[in-house]
Design a protein around this ligand. Structure first.
Ligand code: FE2
Ligand code: FE2
Length: 157
């Protein structure tokens, strides 16, 4: 599968979970815990395959996008620390919803930049064949992805 199509599919999956969280009732603690656990897993796996495969390949293939890569890793850094905090936070804690809201804002901003500013440049410069190779590598790398957000490279960036 084309690398950019694969990443955008992941973005859609996460956006769907965000919407479900936003529509969950104030006191739907179990549902919110469940959704946040899914969000943590999806985003951790997604960040892993981006950081291990897509970002380095994009940087190598399209050196002009280096600034986007560096900025993206800093954004991942903030997100993965928030994910690790949410993993251990009681959904009844008054800070839980606030933290998820800020996480969602951060991720939406990050996804928008990837999809609107950066990925189109990468697509144009790399071509379909190379993007398919990278897509295949990412599919394979999902299996070895960590479940702990702090195990990601960007946690220590
Ligand atoms: Fe990203
Ligand atoms: Fe992404």
């Amino acid at each position: 599968m084309d690398a950019i199509v694969l990443l955008k599919d992941d973005h859609k999956t996460v956006e769907k979970l965000f919407k479900e969280f936003e529509n969950a009732g104030e006191r739907a603690y179990k549902k919110k815990r469940d959704l946040v656990d899914q969000i943590i897993e999806e985003l951790t796996v997604h960040a892993h395959i981006e950081e291990r495969i897509f970002y380095p390949a994009a940087r190598e293939g399209v050196p002009e996008t280096s600034d986007h890569v560096l900025e993206s890793v800093e954004e991942h850094h903030v997100v993965v620390w928030m994910l690790s905090e949410l993993a251990g936070l009681d959904p009844q804690d008054e800070r839980f919803d606030a933290k998820v809201t800020v996480l969602i804002e951060n991720v939406r901003h990050h996804v928008k930049e990837e999809e609107e500013e950066w990925f189109p440049e990468v697509r144009e410069a790399m071509g379909r064949k190379r993007l398919q190779e990278i897509g295949e590598e990412m599919e394979k790398a999902r299996a070895g992805a960590p479940r702990d957000p702090l195990a990601l490279g960007s946690a220590r960036a």
